[in-house]
Ligand binder design. Structure first.
Ligand SMILES: NC(=O)c1ccc[n+]([C@@H]2O[C@H](COP(=O)([O-])OP(=O)(O)OC[C@H]3O[C@@H](n4cnc5c(N)ncnc54)[C@H](OP(=O)(O)O)[C@@H]3O)[C@@H](O)[C@H]2O)c1
Length: 252
């Protein structure tokens, strides 16, 4: 049975991926949904009566969650057609002025967990299967006041390009989606809402459109997908402009 594994499936963009997955990957019959809030995952599962859904209430910042996932993979040997590494967090604040737990949580979730989950799941993927990693426009240039977050997302984009080449002989594709700001819990959890002129100025992306576009980009085997013309232009600008100049205008 074809399986999809989605991290951060309880709300926001992850929930949109779950809602739209069947439109783009109709062959997937089994969903493994991962997030911390079991009650929210159970609600998502109820909305999918035609699918076999397994809810894994895991805190991916806790390395014990890797043991739980590895044990389940080893025991059940799923045929994974799609892995979506979506769980992520981003906290606003200068280095040295914010609590260390928040700064390191971004590394634990956006980077360590994404790497661990990918490494554990790839052995259960075959030719034609897809990895979709959620990066950000923050990966294009360091963003002062969110330097750790933008650095983790630079890793996600770079990691995706690297593994897409590594996994070619196995017939597995890897795609990074790089959205701009979205009106989700993210901006509240990270203390961004109302505290960043940049976030107030930038055009917002609609998570419904981002999820649909990203799923189609993954199906097509694209390596990087940037929703919205405005941010496609930003990506090119960040590529051709010296980073020391660009960073002056990229403050969050
Ligand atoms: N919103 C934006 O402006 C924006 C812009 C660009 C990129 N992104 C990226 O988009 C992705 C999705 O973000 P979103 O906007 O949908 O944010 P969100 O609404 O805050 O959702 C984050 C998801 O990750 C899960 N999660 C958080 N911490 C976790 C942990 N320790 N272990 C397991 N799951 C955890 C959350 O579920 P629980 O709380 O139930 O664990 C939730 O399902 C992230 O990678 C983010 O960096 C967001």
């Amino acid at each position: 049975m074809k399986t999809a594994i989605i991290t951060g499936a309880s709300t926001g963009l992850g929930l949109e991926f779950v809602r739209q997955l069947a439109d783009v990957f109709p062959e997937v019959e089994c969903y493994w949904l991962i997030a911390r809030r079991a009650d929210r995952l159970a609600q998502v599962a109820e909305s999918l009566p035609d699918k076999q859904v397994e809810c894994l209430a895991l805190d991916l910042c806790d390395t014990m969650s890797f043991v739980t996932l590895q044990d389940k993979l080893t025991a059940e040997r799923p045929d994974v057609a799609l892995l979506i590494n979506n769980a992520g967090c981003g906290y606003l604040g200068n280095i040295g002025e914010t609590d260390t737990a928040s700064q390191t949580r971004m590394i634990d979730l956006n980077l360590r967990a994404l790497t661990a989950v990918t490494n554990m799941v790839v052995p259960f993927m075959g030719p034609g299967s897809c990895i979709l990693n959620v990066s950000s426009i923050a990966s294009f240039c360091p963003n002062p006041r969110m330097t750790v977050y933008s650095s983790t997302k630079a890793f996600v984009s770079s990691f995706t390009v690297g593994i897409s080449e590594e996994l070619k002989p196995k017939g597995i594709t890897a795609t990074a989606v790089c959205p701009g700001p979205m009106e989700t819990e993210f901006i509240h959890v990270g203390g961004i809402k109302g505290q960043s002129k940049m976030f107030e100025m930038l055009p917002y992306c609609d998570q419904v459109k981002v999820a649909g576009g990203a799923l189609r980009a993954a199906r097509a085997g694209r390596t990087i997908y940037t929703p919205k013309l405005f941010y496609k232009f930003y990506r090119v600008l960040a590529k051709v402009t010296p980073v020391k100049l660009m960073v002056k205008f990229a403050k969050t």
